[in-house]
Structure formats: C-alpha cells, structure tokens
Design a protein around this ligand. Structure first.
Ligand code: BG6
Ligand code: MG
Length: 220
C-alpha cells in the first residue's frame, strides 16, 4: 500500500448538506402533491440533480416532459441555494479540518470528487476551497456515481495512479464508484457499506495513521 492522494466526496463527508438537499427535494415533491421521506432520500445520495429528479418523480408516479423537468430541477436548486448561501465554516463536519491539516503535513495530495454543481460555492462558503488542489464536480463529469469517472478524473488530474488513492464517501453509490476506479474506499457515516474497504463513523476520532491501519491487509 502506497497512498499518495485522498479524494473526498463533498455532501455528507465534508459538510452536512444532505439535509439541505433533502429539504429542497421534499419541498418540490410536496409542491407536486406527494411526500418524500428521509428513507427515500438515501437513494439520492451521490446521484446527479437530474437523476435525483427522475427518482423523485418515479416515487410520486409523475411523468413530465423535459422542459417541465428542467423547470423543476431549477426550482429545487433555487431552494437549495437559499440554504447553501447561508452556510458558514461552523457546518464543516467534525474532525475534517484537522484531518486535512494532517494530510498536508504528510504531503498527501488532496482532491474533491463530487456530483454537485454547487461544490465550489459550498467550499467557498465554508472556507475550504483552497484546501483542494483538484476539484472534480458535477460541472465536469458526464456520468454519475457509481460510474468511476469522477474519481478517475481526479486521480488523472493529480497525476496519481488509482491504486495509490483513497476515496472517502458517505454514499453506497460513491463507494461502488471508488471500487470501480480501483481505489481504496472508506465509508463515512452510518450506512451499510458492504463494499467499502473500511468504515468510519466520522473523522472525529481518527487520524491518517488510523485510516492506513484500517486499510492494512485489504486488497483493491
Ligand atoms: C451529490 C449529492 O453530492 O450532489 C446529491 O449527494 C445531489 O444528493 C448531487 O443530488 C447533485 O447536487 P447539485 O448541487 O448539483 O444539485
Ligand atoms: Mg455524499
């Protein structure tokens, strides 16, 4: 094992924006006359905006044309932006800042691999933009997780081989994407990450040596 880079998902790993995505989608579902539960929301983690809308419309048994769908996606994003623009560094998830500090002192390369088109804005709001050498987000990818594209682009831009990268993800689709990319995959949070190499509840009580110890003996 020769880890040279860490690639982080954003929503649910760096910041707890999953709740804002959920609130905005639920408002949209309610405006269309049906409800959308937190359990339903699990299916949307890591999924692009338009694919998320398709899942929601399927739950509500609605069929709409493309232009109406675009209007709804824009409406959801406007509501989402109301939350995001209010964000401050207080919303960075526990342990993240010290973990990023530690990676820097160890000369690890650091990238972001997110499906979100709001990734740069979010990082600006929580004042973490300068911590990421490379940002691959929903404005650059053409395929959604579990496709490995987002992570492979990140590794390629860093100039690091996939087998020397660790991905941190809170979505099972993101874990699948990391595995498919040929990278180490760490599940962050409480989901049932059957495909992850290792799982951590958060970054609160673990440092980089602890992560490497968890990966010791695992195979890509
Ligand atoms: C992912 C989130 O990071 O980004 C998804 O987990 C979200 O829930 C996706 O749908 C796209 O985000 P955005 O900001 O481009 O609508
Ligand atoms: Mg996520």
């Amino acid at each position: 094992m020769n880890i040279q880079a860490c690639i982080f998902d954003l929503d649910g790993v760096i910041v707890d924006t999953a709740k804002y995505h959920y609130r905005a989608w639920r408002k949209l579902a309610n405006s269309l006359g049906f409800d959308f539960t937190e359990t339903d929301n699990e299916q949307l983690k890591g999924v692009s905006r338009m694919e998320s809308l398709d899942i929601i419309l399927n739950i509500g048994k609605k069929t709409l044309d493309e232009s109406k769908k675009q209007t709804l996606a824009n409406q959801k994003n406007d509501w989402y932006l109301e939350y995001i623009t209010m964000m401050t560094p207080n919303e960075i998830l526990p342990g993240i800042v010290s973990f990023l500090d530690e990676l820097k002192t160890q000369n690890m390369r650091i990238a972001l691999g997110s499906a979100s088109k709001n990734a740069v804005l979010t990082l600006e709001k929580v004042k973490l933009l300068d911590r990421f050498e490379i940002i691959i987000d929903g404005t650059k990818t053409t395929r959604s997780k579990p496709d490995p594209q987002v992570f492979l682009m990140g590794a390629a831009d860093l100039g690091i081989a996939p087998k020397n990268c660790i991905v941190f993800e809170d979505a099972t689709k993101g874990i699948e994407a990391a595995r498919e990319a040929g990278m180490y995959a760490i599940g962050v949070g409480a989901s049932n990450f059957t495909q992850a190499h290792a799982v951590i509840p958060s970054f609160e009580k673990i440092n980089f040596d602890g992560i490497k110890a968890l990966l010791k003996g695992t195979m890509i």
